[in-house]
Ligand binder design. Structure first.
Ligand code: TEU
Length: 544
């Protein structure tokens, strides 16, 4: 209601739906989703019952990395719309009582950003080059890279410019890393935070938040001596350095100038124990926990991850975050249907080829059953849940994209040894048939397979047993029962995760092969059919 107090803690228990804007809905028939497309689907978002949308980058970009190569942080890609469209989107979402979080990419710009063009044109050692990380090469003629570091996408993390100097890029060569020791860089991002906050944005998702500060003291250490980015300890020259928090303390002050304060969630691939700093109230306030996403469908691991993260959230005063899928990983409905791969080659999300290079056979039925069980489990947990567009349809990864259609740099740098991340980024199917399955009338920038129509919104809308219906019901029940942070474990059932929430809400998930006895109570929702008073394998039930 108008005049209701604004809840500045809305994010703590929010369900946030990630939109990958180029693949959501296309309003102008160019094969690429856009802001007006999203506006036209606000009714759908309302019917889902989410609290907020997280919008992946919609800024001008050459799309060397799906938009995470930003040309201009304070504008809209003309193929996606205009700033007026953006304002209209904010209004449409807010009218529907949905918050909006936008993605901010501070570690690197694109190589078409005016700063980088200036840096290339400027001489060595100039202020323009100081906004990035330029170094002379090694070897007598400087023809070798400054160090042997690899980029996340494979290949050297250094690229050479025409005058012989090298610049650092932890991701694609089209994504030069910024120098966060540079005052102009720092000031400009504060300006960007204000720019979008002034336009009504409710929060920010901070891309590779743990990467911004580097220690480039010579001699640069060899990669063979470096810990993995996910095993950081504050001493790695590239990831998760202590000094990075000074930046976020500065950001927090700006975000707190707004009423309600703007939220921020860090994407930081750091050990659980190092996440607290990113999630602290003096810093960004919340951090993604990818442990569940990386856990596969494994009873022990799920239990461990949930316990650890709830304990951590309590310690650091933030709230837990839960994620099963995003635009960087193989869709979980597919992952859960893959055979166990001892080397876990697909698990880093960059590929879904098995470690022996072969294409796995996906057990689609098993994958979907587990995905449905997993989301009920996740939504029963205290904290906020991040959903990725299409998972509410039980959408599978598209494994059959032709090579000529692939866009992801991870695929190209690996020379095809990985499938890349395009298979989870294929435009959504809205209708059973018709052009682009209702995505738009101008084709689709990533090709939709024939089977997409059977997963469409239209196919599932009227079906009470569909995955879409399950998500809608689950979000409605969760909303009705929203009860703060408490959770009480009910132990004693082998292979089942069983816990109670305040308000008499109980969730039981059976990870075992044999059916388990359901506790007393009325089942309000189940991820699959029950066997009388028993909960079948790979099924979650909610009871009251
Ligand atoms: O991802 C950060 C990141 O480290 C990923 O590359 C991750 O390691 C990989 O996808 C395997 O899961 C963010 C964005 O989410 C990603 O889309 C961008 O490519 C990347 O930053 C660079 O901006």
């Amino acid at each position: 209601p108008v005049g209701a107090p604004i809840d500045s803690d809305w994010w703590r228990q929010a369900v946030v739906y990630q939109i990958y804007p180029r693949s959501f809905a296309d309003s102008d028939a160019d094969g690429m989703g856009d802001l007006q497309g999203i506006i036209s689907r606000v009714g759908y978002l309302t019917s889902l019952g989410i609290d907020a949308v997280w919008l992946s980058p919609f800024y001008p970009s050459a799309l060397a990395d799906g938009g995470y190569d930003v040309d201009d942080y304070r504008n809209v890609d003309p193929r996606l719309g205009t700033l007026d469209d953006f304002d209209e989107l904010v209004r449409a979402l807010h009218d529907a009582r949905i918050k909006l979080i936008v993605d901010i990419v501070p570690n690197h710009t694109s190589n078409r950003h005016e700063w980088f063009l200036e840096a290339l044109a400027a001489p060595k050692g100039s202020p323009a080059r100081d906004r990035y990380i330029f170094r002379d090469g090694t070897g007598l003629d400087g023809s070798g890279p400054p160090s042997d570091w690899d980029s996340v996408f494979g290949g050297s993390a250094w690229a050479q410019t025409e005058d012989g100097q090298w610049y650092l890029h932890l991701f694609a060569a089209e994504q030069p890393d910024l120098n966060w020791g540079n005052a102009e860089v720092r000031a400009d991002f504060l300006k960007t935070l204000r720019f979008w906050s002034d336009r009504g944005v409710d929060g920010f998702r901070v891309d590779v938040a743990h990467a911004l500060v580097k220690d480039l003291t010579e001699p640069l250490p060899s990669k063979t001596t470096l810990p993995r980015q996910s095993e950081s300890n504050g001493l790695h020259p590239l990831w998760d350095r202590e000094e990075v928090h000074e930046i976020y303390v500065e950001w927090r002050k700006v975000l707190n100038e707004y009423d309600p304060p703007r939220t921020a969630v860090a994407e930081a691939f750091v050990p659980a124990t190092r996440r607290a700093r990113y999630a602290s109230a003096e810093g960004l306030g919340q951090a993604f926990n990818f442990d569940l996403l990386q856990a596969d469908w494994d009873f022990d691991r799920f239990r461990e991850v949930i316990k650890e993260n709830l304990a951590l959230a309590e310690l650091n005063g933030s709230s837990s975050t839960w994620v099963l899928s995003n635009h960087d990983v193989v869709r979980h409905a597919t992952r859960y249907g893959l055979p166990k791969d001892p080397a876990g080659a697909w698990q880093d999300g960059k590929a879904w080829l098995l470690s022996n290079g072969t294409e796995p056979t996906v057990d689609v039925e098993q994958g979907l059953r587990r995905a449905r069980a997993a989301v009920l489990l996740m939504l029963a947990l205290p904290g906020s849940a991040y959903l990725y567009q299409g998972e509410e349809l039980g959408l599978q990864e598209v494994g059959e994209l032709p090579a000529a259609n692939l866009q992801d740099p991870a695929y190209f740098r690996s020379k095809g040894a990985e499938k890349g991340r395009d298979g989870c980024r294929v435009p959504l199917p809205w209708t059973i048939g018709g052009l682009s399955f209702g995505f738009g009338s101008g084709g689709s920038h990533l090709l939709q397979p024939r089977w997409f129509g059977s997963y469409s919104v239209e196919a599932q809308e009227g079906d009470a047993s569909s995955t879409l219906s399950l998500y809608r019901k689950a979000l409605a029940v969760r909303r009705g029962l929203r009860t703060g942070e408490g959770l009480e474990w009910v132990d004693g059932t082998a292979w089942a995760l069983n816990f109670k929430r305040p308000g008499g809400w109980q969730s039981v998930t059976n990870f075992g092969a044999a059916p388990v006895e359901l506790p007393d109570g009325a089942v309000v929702l189940a991820s699959g059919p029950l066997e009388g008073a028993k909960l079948p394998t790979d099924t979650t039930a909610w009871l009251i």
